[in-house]
Design a protein around this ligand. Structure first.
Ligand SMILES: [Zn+2]
Length: 159
């Protein structure tokens, strides 16, 4: 159901769609797009949040998960980078934790806590769109290896 505000908006400016979050976004579809597809797309967008709010929602979920699992907050250059980094790490946790026994979870959390800089996670953001366990494992390996680099003295003692 369209709200009255949405109907008015559509009549005034047919290219604008009012999202569920209250923000409007421009919809620029090809002139060849059928009326039905245009209508369906509008209806879909009217039931979803604008990109900025959607990002905020995803990041709020990631931060909730971070706090629930005892992950350290990530530090980066800006809010956008931090938010993306939190999402990447939360996704990794979400993908890997169901396969773990409950008593192995703290070990995973400890590995994920090895890197607090957002840049590391942003660099590995490809895992956000992946469910590939091999790719997840590569990130874990990078986490462990870069930890070794930062404690080079200890590593030398081991060899
Ligand atoms: Zn919005």
């Amino acid at each position: 159901m369209m709200s009255r505000q949405q109907q008015v908006l559509l009549q005034k400016k047919p290219r604008m769609v009012l999202c569920v979050c209250g923000h409007s976004r421009e919809l620029d579809m090809l002139p060849t797009t059928s009326q039905q597809v245009q209508q369906d797309t509008r209806a879909l967008l009217a039931c979803s949040s604008c990109p900025a709010c959607h990002r905020g929602e995803r990041q709020a979920v990631a931060i909730g998960r971070r706090d629930a699992f005892g992950l350290v907050p990530l530090a980066g250059e800006d809010v956008l980078q931090n938010g993306l980094a939190e999402e990447v790490r939360a996704h990794l946790l979400e993908m890997l934790s169901p396969a773990l026994a409950a008593d192995a979870l703290p070990a995973l959390v400890a590995v994920l806590n090895l890197h607090k800089d957002a840049a590391f996670w942003v660099e590995h953001r490809a895992v956000l769109w992946s469910t590939n366990k091999q790719q997840m494992a590569t990130v874990l390996l990078d986490l462990l290896q870069s930890q070794e680099w930062s404690t080079g003295e200890e590593r030398e003692e081991l060899t």
